[in-house]
Design a binder for this molecule. Sequence first.
Ligand SMILES: Cc1cc2nc3c(=O)[nH]c(=O)nc-3n(C[C@H](O)[C@H](O)[C@H](O)COP(=O)(O)O)c2cc1C
Length: 211
Amino acid sequence: MDLHNIREEYTKQQLSKKECLDNPLTQFEKWLNEAIKSDIKEPTAMNLATVNDSGQPSSRIVLLKEVNSQGFIFFTNYLSQKGKNISQNSLVALNFFWQELQRQVRIEGKVKKIPEDQSDEYFSSRPYTSRIGAWASKQSAVISSKKLLLAKAASIAAKYPFYVPRPAHWGGYIVVPSMFEFWQGRPSRLHDRIRYLLDQNGNWYRERLSP
Ligand SMILES: Cc1cc2nc3c(=O)[nH]c(=O)nc-3n(C[C@H](O)[C@H](O)[C@H](O)COP(=O)(O)O)c2cc1C
């Protein structure tokens, strides 16, 4: 398999330190809006990297369900592999890649569970079958067959034909950011990279990184 000649030239846009907004969360929202408007598939899909207590990193895609002045919210099974990693180490990283815009955003921070009433509210907005699925799937556990999973889902649906309560093991996390990097692809691999960090007073400052 020859992969050597697969390469893309990045020419679309540029990014200067000056044009970046003072608050990286606002800058993120600006880029996310542009990604949504440009008809990118799954613009809210983000890679979530966690680390277990042996120092082994792992990553997977999850969907961003809310961004606010505090951080980035996603939903999952608290007993999954990522949930176990988070209970051992709350330091995580997020990565968004919007290929059509030749953009990447990297975020590092600390993750914590959101309040239960917020998880209840989001859970109740999910489609019925997804709510049943949250009960049926012991996410990340080994299962002996798909058939058993479907049978479990059917029995849970019989138990909860209308209202499905949120399982205690399912809910939201918020990633509170301490670092952002906005990457815009540029010609000749001389990409624009603007990083935001927090100073000692908790104010964001930004600097340009070498590509
Ligand atoms: C596009 C896409 C979106 C996904 N969204 C979520 C999500 O929001 N929450 C979630 O728990 N898993 C989501 N998954 C599944 C995860 O990538 C992963 O398989 C699952 O969470 C188990 O991960 P873990 O074993 O590391 O805990 C998504 C997968 C893809 C490809």
